[in-house]
Write a new protein. Sequence first.
Length: 495
Amino acid sequence: MSNGAAVSTDGSSGREQGRERSFFGQPFALVHIFGVEMWERFSFYGMQGILLLYMFYSVAEGGLGIPKPVAVGIVGAYGGSVYLATILGAWLADRLLGSERTLFYSAIVVMAGHLALSLIPGVAGLGTGLILIALGSGGVKANATSVVGTLYSEKDPRRDAGFSIFYLGINLGAFLGPLLTGLLQTSFGFHVGFAVAAVGMAIGLIQYSFGRRSLPPEAKAVPNPLPAAHRLVMVLVAVGAVVLIVAAVLIGVLNADNLADAVAVVTLAASIAYFVIILSSKKISGLERRRVYSFIPMFITSVAFWALYQQQFTVVTLYANDRLNLDLFGWQMPVAWVQSINPIFIIILSGVFAAIWTKWGDRQPATPYKFAAAAVVMGLAFLLFIPFSGTGAHGTPLLALVGILFVFTIAELLLSPVGLSLSTKLAPAVFRTQMVALFFLSIALGTALSGILAGFYNETNEIPYFGISGLVAILVGGLLVIATPWVRRMMGGVR
């Protein structure tokens, strides 16, 4: 902790108002959001590190015995639903509660979901837990990012570096979570692993409850309040949506086999609707409308990126369980620990990337080029699996996957923290949090697609699977490079 220019006391979005405490050169209020997001990610990734294993392991091994193709589809649908739920979290923030309160209440829902997974046995606990975690995590994701955005003015040069430090908190939790849950799962069973995820979220809630009062007024404001006369209509719409989903499950239209497809279709429809709503709004200016248009090519690139990246929790988990040599000097490393490899690299490199962007300042590559590079690098990462195809059961060296996940990390740092920052910079004033949700919708669609794609993966088709996936991502990145001059003009001065 050091002294320096920091967040203003009058809520002026990070404009300097004297000398106050700072956090790694950033507004000190960042430490509170850093903390709650770190513990939420600890619980989220700790649970997700053992989730797929819990589903397809046999009952004798403590699992549910769900077939692998169905299990990966459920993971993809669940992951997509988390990001799809950012719509609800963003709407609650912008129309009813404000970002700060929505963040707090959503974290409570997340904790309840982990408790359900830990305490309720069988498929009932799985369904209840995943629904609650998806809803709560959606609220946390959109609003934590939005609250970070309120700490800075639009042109504050510390902005991208601040988001990179925030991203470090995410990945510190993501690193520690699978290590602890994986170890406890192999020693004491899955439900103990799920329980420690609930404990982590409780710690985050306690920490955040002490610091939330120091956040700027923008974080607590409701940008576009819903008129009281419209609230009953929204309640009826919410009840109708729940009834529709329950009915679809009861009559068999929605089932475990097609969950990922359903989430992908709903997310695509929601994304199109969101763009239409924002672009047709009379409350945004011409400049704001052009900036939203500029986001469309980057939205598409983001979908392609996440469709590959999120296979860490489907294909990579299957690969680690079946193909990877997990022997460490005679001791078998828990499969879930593979999920901590990427966060290690994020922790190491996020500060490096933050320093690079800060040092380069206005000379750094424009955001569309960063998005394009992320897609290309992600495609290359998939191509790196090909030399290890055909190595047989547990024949792939652990070091090989470590190297591939290092490339995953480079791609992620070129897009994910930059995308979070970009969504706040391009956002129209009255759609501040909902624009962040739109970025998360690209992740939702990509994540649902990752579950669908993973259903086609098996040991006999690895070369075409990894090859085609990688080349498509490279092609998408190349197309964005071609479109970048137009995109930059539409961004209206935002880099």
